[in-house]
Ligand binder design. Structure first.
Ligand code: ATP
Ligand code: LTN
Length: 333
């Protein structure tokens, strides 16, 4: 990808925080390779964001490699897209600081992710956790993207990035583009398999609540068979059927079928059959990803070459926007 094409641009990032889940996959990652056909795409591993919670150094580095390998395994092509690690492009931290000075305490205090994570890690409510959305705004605004593909839980962060861009442009003229979120219709919010009132999250201490993209087929099937449902035994969407609604959502995201088509497909069959089919569909979707992952993770030298080359290309875009913003503010930059 060069700096001068007429295609619309896409940017997204994912944190290297442990095992990525089926929620991350269906809510965000699944769309990323497809978008390469129609857009100029820039994708990054958001390692700076990951230290808002304490990381063990060796494990952290391994997770960064692992996330890069996974992005290649889902089909990101470093020849067509830019793939890099956030901390390798200094402009993110630089613009993050600057944007923090254009963001109010009150608006950051309203972020639900901050409130949730602060409650969860009450012993480490650090400034980085609070300022997380300003760094995320920097990630986005540096590349002037048109679309940002994310799961529904990131919508609020996208809105604050848009607000910051508008505010900055209002003062200094046209520096940033105001990006649109790109949230999938099916799969935007995958819920826990054990408590479908909560989102599926890798930080859930019950491993049966989430499916990792790299889980073995046996583990995946076991988790779906144990998924919490209700006593109705009829496969259809219903107000008081959060477990089944979630399984229908997963099946729909994988097969492209509508809720009605799914209800018709399983008419007269119990939950046992349905859970088995959802498990099989997930296994088949993830099997090639896991196989390709094994190849990429086995060659760290090649992985490193890919993300370092990506950082060089990314820095060209990022430095240009950073320079423009800095000069508008009045820095002798
Ligand atoms: P944690 O679960 O540890 O809070 P996370 O998985 O929400 O972290 P990221 O790894 O940064 O955080 O999320 C990466 C992407 O996956 C984001 O676009 C997010 O919207 C999406 N995502 C995360 N969980 C889900 C989910 N349960 N359903 C749909 N999309 C999700
Ligand atoms: N906060 C995001 C990860 C993220 C991101 C970004 C997503 C960091 N920077 C820029 C899109 C664009 C999350 O998914 N939890």
């Amino acid at each position: 990808m060069s700096e001068t094409t007429n295609q619309k641009r896409v940017l997204s990032c994912i944190q290297p925080s442990g095992m990525l889940t089926l929620g991350n996959y269906l809510g965000a990652l699944k769309n990323w390779p497809k978008m390469q056909d129609d857009f100029d795409c820039i994708y990054a591993v958001a390692d700076l964001h990951a230290i808002t919670v304490r990381q063990e150094p060796a494990k952290f580095r391994q997770q960064i490699y692992s996330t890069c390998a996974l992005l290649l395994a889902i089909g990101l092509d470093p020849e067509r897209s830019i793939l890099f690690v956030q901390s390798n492009v200094a402009a993110h931290a630089q613009l993050g600081w600057v944007l923090g000075c254009y963001t109010q305490f009150g608006e950051l205090s309203r972020m639900t992710q901050f409130k949730d994570k602060a409650a969860k890690h009450a012993d480490n409510v650090n400034l980085g956790l609070f300022a997380y959305p300003t760094l995320m705004a920097a990630d986005i605004l540096l590349y002037r993207p048109d679309f940002v593909p994310v799961g529904a839980d990131q919508k609020q962060h996208l809105e604050i990035a848009r607000d910051i861009a508008l505010r900055f442009n209002h003062i200094y003229g046209d520096v940033f583009t105001v990006p649109e979120p790109y949230i999938p219709k099916a799969g935007a919010r995958i819920m826990s398999l054990q408590d479908p009132s909560k989102k599926m999250s890798k930080s859930d201490e019950n491993p049966n609540a989430w499916v990792a993209i790299l889980d073995s087929p046996d583990d995946i099937m076991r988790k779906f068979k144990r998924a919490v449902t209700d006593s109705d035994a009829k496969v259809c969407v219903g107000a008081d059927k959060p477990g089944i609604n979630n399984l229908i959502g997963i099946y729909s995201a994988l097969t492209g079928r509508t809720d009605e088509q799914i209800a018709a497909e399983f008419e007269g069959q119990g939950y046992g059959v349905f859970k088995q089919r959802v498990g099989e569909a997930v296994i088949e979707e993830l099997r090639p990803v896991r196989e390709r992952y094994e190849t990429y993770i086995a060659d760290k030298g090649e992985l490193e070459a890919i993300y370092r080359a990506g950082a060089q290309k990314a820095a060209k875009f990022a430095d240009r926007t950073l320079g423009k913003a800095m000069r508008k503010i009045g820095f002798a930059f």
